[in-house]
Design a binder for this molecule. Structure first.
Ligand SMILES: [Zn+2]
Length: 67
């Protein structure tokens, strides 16, 4: 599954592994417009880290859960 297609209406992330909706667990702020968002799937414990630089999403890392 293309990880970038898991975005729904800008602020929702669907788990690329099991399809469940993920919740925003934590945000690391570096400075304004520059942050890392940690999205977690309750179902399978996968994590998606959305890296935002200068107000734009620039990278998305997927850590697969146990299912
Ligand atoms: Zn999942």
């Amino acid at each position: 599954m293309d990880i970038n297609r898991s975005f729904v209406n800008g602020r929702k992330v669907v788990c690329p592994n099991c399809g469940a909706e993920m919740y925003l667990d934590d945000i690391d702020y570096n400075f304004r417009g520059c942050q890392d968002e940690y999205w977690v799937c309750e179902k399978c414990c996968s994590t998606v880290i959305v890296k935002i630089r200068y107000g734009k999403e620039c990278k998305r890392d997927f850590l697969k859960g146990y299912m």
